[in-house]
Write a protein that binds this ligand. Structure first.
Ligand code: FEO
Length: 394
């Protein structure tokens, strides 16, 4: 249960999901998550901002009952993904008088998801407002955070931004507001990396769009609220606008130790040249950690053995993931070994067309690495260090 009044007449009524460990059947959730829903009472009308996951509508309905809500005017759907829209059918059933307020694009998605009649909806244009009497909701269209239909809701009088997934973090907590900024920075960065980074260009535009607003509170749809909003806005600016850093991210797999020897050598050689490396053995890696590292990487080096002439399947998976996440790295390379024949370079290159990277010549050796291969790794490290320096990566 998560039912609290944090400003007079404004309540959290969503769900803390302490036990969930996987999202979208893909993303690890080491710290659980929450599906935040907010109830705003105005002098004339009442609005609910987002609902909760489709598996937990009863918690939201119980909270509305506890508050004694007999009448609801608006269900604001900032984002149609079912972890926030999933309880709309139950809320609509309980409050048949309520209108679902959303962008035109969200209306189509919600009708497809829940087969609700079109007359249940009230679509809003960018910057349109709705009055609750003494309170005003302004709807800021913010597409691609991280679906095409997303919008933000700004409560003007109290300067609260209900930001849907934008600025969110997967953390289950009893805290209403961020108390440990270090912990939330880490979780919000993981969230940004997994969910928002592929849409960095659009996130850039949306950050610029909200620059003219004043915020006392940012209330996202996952994780605790921010009563010091500058903290998360500054972090997003860093992730979106800053140049890549002097970091190599090195996901790898080794089957018989040859690729591992090359990885160890390259990592030491890069470190000696002042380049930081984040190394991930994909047989045991939390992909969220890998995604976070990719936010800042200047260069990605993939280490792979050859399996049936191609890369190890775990490497192919990581390459597809990196291609989807579109990190801002500017350089990439491949290292690895093979026993009798290989096409790993061509295959991996074909898996990462979205990455706007310059490929630094790979180092692929036959069997165990020899002196000539170590020399090639030295050259690779020198080239990476030089390119990072030329590009001013700090
Ligand atoms: Fe938290 Fe995109 O849903």
């Amino acid at each position: 249960m998560k039912l609290r009044e944090f400003v007079k007449g404004i309540y959290t009524v969503g769900v803390v999901d302490w036990d969930r460990r996987l999202f979208d059947s893909l993303i690890p959730l080491p710290d659980g998550t929450s599906y935040n829903s907010y109830l705003i009472k105005g002098s004339e009308k009442t609005a609910l901002i987002d609902t909760v996951d489709r598996l937990m509508p009863n918690v939201l309905i119980d909270n509305l009952n506890l508050l004694g809500i007999k009448h609801l005017d608006y269900i604001i759907s900032n984002h149609a993904e079912p972890d926030h829209s999933g309880a709309i059918p139950q809320v609509v059933a309980k409050y048949p008088e309520a209108k679902v307020v959303c962008t035109p694009r969200a209306k189509d998605i919600l009708i497809d998801l829940f087969h609700l009649p079109a007359e249940k909806f009230q679509t809003v244009n960018d910057l349109e407002t709705i009055s609750l009497g003494n309170r005003t909701l302004e709807f800021i269209h913010a597409p691609w955070v991280h679906w095409p239909e997303t919008m933000l809701t700004y409560l003007k009088e109290e300067q609260i931004l209900f930001s849907c997934d934008f600025f969110g973090s997967h953390i289950a907590t009893t805290d209403l507001y961020v108390t440990d900024e270090g912990r939330v920075y880490e979780a919000a960065k993981r969230y940004y990396a997994e969910i928002m980074m592929p849409f960095r260009t659009q996130i850039h535009k949306n950050l610029e769009k909200i620059e003219e607003y004043q915020f006392k509170i940012i209330a996202p749809s996952h994780g605790p609220m921010y009563n010091r909003p500058d903290f998360i806005i500054k972090a997003y600016h860093e992730w979106v606008f800053d140049e890549p850093k002097n970091i190599v991210v090195l996901p790898y797999i080794s089957m018989h130790g040859s690729t591992r020897k090359m990885v160890d050598y390259l990592v030491s050689t890069l470190a000696l040249r002042g380049v930081k490396v984040e190394q991930f053995d994909l047989s045991v890696t939390d992909i969220g950690k890998l995604a976070m590292a990719l936010v800042d990487a200047g260069t990605i080096v993939i280490g792979t053995p050859t399996v049936l002439t191609g890369p190890h399947p775990s490497i192919a998976y990581a390459a597809v993931l990196a291609n989807a996440l579109r990190p801002k790295a500017k350089f990439a390379s491949i290292i690895g070994s093979y026993g009798w024949g290989t096409k790993v370079v061509e295959t991996i290159a074909g898996l990462i067309p979205n990455l706007k990277v310059e490929i630094i010549p790979p180092v692929i050796c036959k069997g165990q690495p020899r002196e000539v291969d170590y020399q090639a790794l030295e050259k690779l490290a020198e080239t990476i260090a030089q390119k990072h320096k030329e590009n001013g990566f700090k």
